[in-house]
Design a protein around this ligand. Structure first.
Ligand code: TRP
Length: 337
């Protein structure tokens, strides 16, 4: 937190959540978690496990949610989320989220939800899941409740979540119009760039495509995954020159290999003095160097789950205190107190 000129602390707020629907992969690490860690030095951050949001699509198989919650929080801690600075909690521990969701749903037109592009896309994409539920339609209202509960100034999200944030702002404006301003805050986004690393097969990295490298990958499987990655198809033989811009592997080097080494391998790829197998070995080594300390911590939290539970308990208490204050004002405004 930065000090203001008048000596008070600048406590601009961040709120963000991840749905616990399985293991976190390098796409999450580069696209979300690295940012979360950095934001901690400039903002008061509220980071939570969006387990109710996970249920909107995984309601037939809720087992995975319970399992991934603890693992996920362990991974957050391992990569540098610091519970002494940030409020780390589980959405379903704070029942006020459900109450605010109910109250906000009273003033949210169904048409706003039905025209939400993310809603339409997800229903198209996830045809195997029956998403014709009330809960799934109301997903952005629950998300709005998460955000305004803690008076977020900024919400770090990807492009796909922008419509949800716009809906949040619309709901806040409607609330302020009906019940008075100054109670709920309109949040702005911090647009986080989608990480430019593809999955093993060149498509977007996603657990459901089976092409992900997980943060908690062990050394052996990390190596075998990198070794099977597709490189520039022009390099059929070792002596064929290639182009890093046409290679699935190279974007990983941009994140995990330093600039000097990158210059060397880019030139070596273009004049065929450097082969894909060597290039993959280098990446494997750099990934191992970067993630070994993280793996150690993940293993530690997985065998000491009491620590993770304690983090969630303490974060939950801090979140609950804040949520209670917000709800008092919201109930009073809506004449429910
Ligand atoms: N919808 C977000 C996602 O799928 C998760 C989420 C739930 C969230 N509530 C939030 C993100 C509040 C930011 C703020 O990624």
């Amino acid at each position: 937190m930065k000090g203001r000129k008048d000596g008070t602390m600048d406590t601009r707020r961040i709120v963000s959540g991840i749905r616990p629907t399985g293991e976190l992969h390098l796409g999450h690490y580069l696209g979300v978690l690295k940012n979360w860690v950095e934001l901690q030095s400039d903002y008061q951050c509220f980071y939570f496990v969006a387990d109710w949001h996970a249920l909107t699509s995984e309601y037939k198989d809720p087992e995975v949610i319970a399992q991934s919650t603890r693992d996920m929080v362990g991974t957050w801690l391992a990569v540098g989320i610091d519970p002494s600075r940030s409020v780390v909690f589980r959405q379903s521990d704070i029942k006020e989220h459900a109450e605010l969701f109910t109250l906000l749903s009273m003033i949210t037109p169904v048409a706003w939800l039905e025209r939400n592009p993310t809603y339409k896309e997800m229903r198209e994409e996830l045809k195997d899941k029956d998403l014709g539920t009330f809960g799934f339609l109301g997903y952005p209202v629950l998300q709005a409740a998460d955000i305004v509960m803690y008076h977020a100034d900024r919400v770090p999200i990807g492009q796909d979540q922008l419509p949800h944030l716009e809906l949040t702002r619309e709901i806040v404006r409607r609330f302020s119009f009906l019940y008075g301003g100054g109670i709920l805050k309109e949040p702005k986004e911090i647009l986080t760039e989608a990480p430019k690393v593809p999955g093993l097969d060149g498509r977007k990295m996603s657990k459901s495509y089976g092409n992900a490298i997980f943060i908690a990958e062990d050394e052996k499987s990390l190596e075998s995954k990198v070794m099977q990655m597709l490189t520039d198809i022009k390099r059929m033989r070792r002596n064929d020159p290639g182009e890093p811009d046409d290679c699935n592997l190279y974007p990983f080097h941009e994140h995990f290999t330093d600039e000097k080494e990158r210059e060397r391998i880019t030139a070596g790829c273009r004049d065929a003095s450097w082969g894909c197998v060597e290039c993959k070995r280098l990446l494997v080594n750099n990934l191992i160097a970067r993630f070994s300390p993280v793996w150690e911590k993940i293993a530690y939290y997985r065998s000491n789950t009491a620590i993770v539970d304690e983090v969630l308990a303490q974060g939950g208490a801090r979140a609950r205190a804040e949520a209670a204050r917000t709800m008092e004002r919201v109930r009073a405004a809506m004449k429910i107190s």
